[in-house]
Every structure is written in structure tokens, then in C-alpha cells.
Design a protein around this ligand. Structure first.
Ligand code: FAD
Length: 403
């Protein structure tokens, strides 16, 4: 594995850094200094960033060039993801850009591509993903939301849960059952594109451990969806779901985000003076920081190794599972150490301070620490639980040739 950047990649790196500095200046960045907490509403700075991406043709790097993609190499994609994570730029609609968009490019009809791709590319629409149900999470094939054909529409009834950003989404790509009692169960599933303003849709917030509203339950009662909004063939939606779950193994490890948070932790611990020196100099705390730093360096090396194979389309299920599992554990550990370092100053939730005008006691940037730490617990569940990742790794090791 050669980790040195070519001259061409070095030049690309300078180009993207200049673009980021110009369009996402430090003054626009999160004053509280936490990547984890973003305001609920899209602000003018975020909108300006999205417009700059669209104007430069960089809003959907991973799509085919014919559909507006950049044609970057895997290394260039990696550098772009890393540098934007370092600068904590706003992210385009992840569900539209990273998941549904590539799927539409690969499997959508020409009409569907013409209709749905431009609004995603131009940051004019938000999507959410309606896969999980109260009785179907890790085993999605047991989903029961029913879509019954009625002429040129489907009538959809059921309940989706843990739907991220449903309260802000304009559309949902949704797995439904179009054939009952089929065996095996994945064979009666279809993927529908559902307008969230259709009558019969109710979005109920779920408050998270950190008290944010990021996920919701979406109840569908006699929701009419045109047959034209079926993506892929009827009863073959599982294929699409699997293709989605296989996308983008690089990035799930959150390496760049963890590096930012670790830098923040070390800077604070260095400035935090105790008897006999800084917190970072205390043997016990510095050992904890060093441990997580080593783990993060190992994770970065694995990510680069996977990246070096990505060009050959040779990323295994086992590697993707290790990246997700270890990335989650390392990120969670850093969030715990931030809470430990900030102590009492990290305890209040930012929202609680809005009830009076006295502001925070202590360091402003310590505020989101506890909330962010609690939120990070959910990383063990979303996108495939840690136990499921361990199963994948075990299967690959115990059944060679399976991953
Ligand atoms: C913050 C957040 C955002 C989410 N966003 C979305 C979204 O946008 N769209 C969406 O569709 N879903 C979303 N989800 C749902 C997520 O995909 C599910 O939570 C996940 O798939 C697990 O399903 P479950 O919660 O039903 O748990 P279950 O599958 O019921 O699992 C419960 C426990 O049993 C364990 N377990 C289950 N099966 C096995 C097994 N075979 N071997 C060992 N252990 C097992 C699990 O690891 C877990 O600890 C989100 C979840 C969270 C927390």
C-alpha cells in the first residue's frame, strides 16, 4: 500500500482546500466548536455552501459523470470527504446524495432519473429512508407495511420507525410488502418513492437520549402512491435495498470526524491546568488519550487500505463491518473522554440554557459534550448494529470465502 500522494493528488488537495476556505470561511463555522451539533434549520451560510457546490459541479461527487458526478478517483473522493470533515462543512442531503441518487442512476427509469435527480443534485429537496419498522430492524425482511395495487396506484398502510430527518424530508424511499406470504420473505418486497405531503402520512417525533429530535415514526394510512414511483421491479425491491446497504464503506468509520474531536480533546486537556500541570500531562488521562489515539491511527490505516482496494472494487463485507464497528467504538470513546475532561461544564444541555438569558457557566465549547456523547450511543444501532457487524466478521472468518 503506497500512502504517498501523487503530484496530481497534491495539486487536487490544494485546489479543494482553496475552495473550502473561500466558500466555508472560519467565520461560518460552528462557534461552539462541535461537529456533532448542527442547528435544526438550514441557515444562510449552509445554503450559500450548497449553492457554491452546485455552481462548481461538486454537489454529487459519487454519481456518474453523465448525471452530474465529478469523475474523481477514489483517492480524490477520500481527500474531498476528509477535508470537508476537517472543515466541518455542512453536508448535502445524505439520503438523497449518497443513497437514493446512486440507486436511481443505476436502476431508475429515464423518467425517474429526469424527475428526481436534478432536485437532489441542486440541493432543492430532502429525502428520508423508510426501511425499519417496529418489528423489523436488523431483519428487515420481516417488514409488514403493505402496498396493495389499486389501478395505477398503490395503497400503502403500515408504520416505519427510527426514520432520520422524516420531519424535514420532502420524500421518502420506502420498503413495502407487495406480495404477502411469499417465501423466502425478501421476495415480496418493493421500493416506493413517496411524497411526504401525501394525505395519510403522520410524522411523530422520537426524542433521543440527548433530547434532540432527529428521528421519527412515520405512520401511513391509505397513502396513495402512483405506480410510476416504483423503483425497480415489483417484488424485487430487496435487490435495491441490498445495493443500498453495500454503498460507501469508506466514510462509515468517521475517521476524519474523530480526528477533529480528538484534536479538540487534546487542546482542551492541554489548556486545563490542575495541580502539578495540565490535564493532558496527568499520567492517567494522558494514557487514556494515547490509547484512543493509537486506535484511531490503526483505524485510519485500515481505511486507507480499504481505499487502496476500492479502485479494484475489492472491498469485502468483513472490511466494511470492521470499519463501522471500530469507527463507532473509537468515536464513542472520544466523546466519553470529552465529557470526562469538561467535567461539570459539559453537563448542561444547550437547549436548557435557552430558558433564561444568563448563558453557560464555564466554557461555551464544553456545552454540547454530554449531549453529543449520549447521541453517539445511537451509532451502535443505526446503519447496522454492532452485533450484526460482529456476526459479519465472524462469518467471514469462520466461513472463508464468504466475505
Ligand atoms: C439514530 C438512528 C437513526 C436511524 N435512522 C434510520 C433511518 O433513517 N431509516 C431506517 O429505516 N432506520 C433507521 N434506524 C433504524 C436502525 O436501522 C435500526 O435501529 C437497526 O437496524 C436495528 O434494528 P432494531 O432497532 O429494530 O433492533 P433489533 O434488530 O430488534 O435488535 C435489538 C438488539 O438485538 C441485537 N440483534 C438483532 N439481531 C441479532 C443477531 N442476528 N445476532 C446478534 N444480535 C442481534 C441487535 O444488535 C440489538 O442490540 C435508525 C436507528 C437509529 C438509532
Amino acid at each position: 500500500m503506497n500512502l504517498a500522494l501523487s503530484d496530481e493528488d497534491q495539486a487536487f488537495l490544494q485546489q479543494i482546500r482553496a475552495f473550502i476556505d473561500r466558500n466555508w470561511p472560519p467565520s461560518a463555522r460552528n462557534p461552539r466548536g462541535s461537529a456533532s451539533e448542527r442547528p435544526e434549520q438550514t441557515g444562510p451560510e449552509e445554503i450559500a455552501w450548497f449553492h457554491a457546490l452546485v455552481a462548481r459541479g461538486w454537489s454529487v461527487p459519487g454519481w456518474p459523470v453523465a448525471q452530474g458526478g465529478t469523475g474523481w478517483t477514489p483517492v480524490q473522493r477520500y481527500l474531498w470527504d476528509r477535508e470537508t470533515a476537517y472543515a466541518e462543512t455542512p453536508r448535502m442531503d445524505v439520503f438523497g446524495v449518497n443513497l437514493l441518487g446512486p440507486l436511481l442512476c443505476a436502476r431508475g427509469s429515464a423518467e425517474q432519473q429526469d424527475r428526481f435527480l436534478p432536485p437532489i443534485r441542486e440541493a432543492r429537496v430532502r429525502w428520508c429512508q423508510g426501511f425499519s419498522e417496529p418489528g423489523a430492524g436488523s431483519d428487515l425482511t420481516s417488514l409488514v407495511t403493505r402496498a396493495a395495487r389499486r389501478g395505477d396506484s398503490y395503497l400503502v398502510n403500515g408504520c416505519k420507525t427510527w426514520v432520520s430527518d422524516a420531519h424535514r424530508a420532502d420524500w421518502m424511499f420506502c420498503l413495502v410488502r407487495t406480495a404477502a406470504g411469499s417465501a423466502p420473505p425478501q421476495e415480496g418486497i418493493s421500493l416506493l418513492l413517496i411524497d411526504m405531503t401525501t394525505s395519510g402520512i403522520e410524522v411523530t417525533p422520537i426524542r433521543m437520549l440527548g433530547d434532540q429530535h432527529g428521528v421519527s415514526t412515520v405512520t401511513l394510512t391509505d397513502v396513495r402512491v402512483p405506480v410510476a414511483n416504483l423503483l425497480g421491479r415489483e417484488n424485487e425491491g430487496w435487490d435495491c435495498a441490498e445495493a443500498l446497504l453495500d454503498l460507501e464503506p469508506v466514510g462509515v468509520a468517521r475517521v476524519a470526524q474523530s480526528q477533529v474531536e480528538l484534536g479538540r480533546l487534546k487542546a482542551f486537556a492541554e489548556a486545563c491546568m490542575e495541580e502539578g500541570g495540565s490535564l493532558l500531562e496527568s499520567p492517567e488521562f494522558s494514557r487514556k488519550v494515547a490509547e484512543v489515539e493509537v486506535e484511531l491511527a490503526g483505524l485510519e490505516a485500515l481505511e486507507l487500505r480499504v481505499l487502496s482496494r476500492a479502485a479494484a472494487d475489492d472491498v469485502t463485507e468483513r472490511q466494511a463491518a470492521v470499519l463501522k464497528l471500530r469507527g463507532t467504538e473509537v468515536g464513542q470513546r472520544i466523546s466519553e473522554l470529552l465529557v470526562e475532561a469538561f467535567g461539570y461544564y459539559g453537563v448542561p444541555f444547550p437547549d436548557a440554557l435557552l430558558i433564561d438569558n444568563e448563558g453557560a457557566i464555564g466554557h461555551d465549547y464544553a456545552l454540547p459534550a454530554l449531549q453529543a456523547m449520549l447521541s453517539s450511543r445511537s451509532w451502535s444501532l443505526s446503519g447496522g448494529t454492532s452485533e450484526i457487524q460482529k456476526n459479519r466478521i465472524a462469518r467471514a472468518l469462520l466461513e472463508p470465502g464468504q466475505g
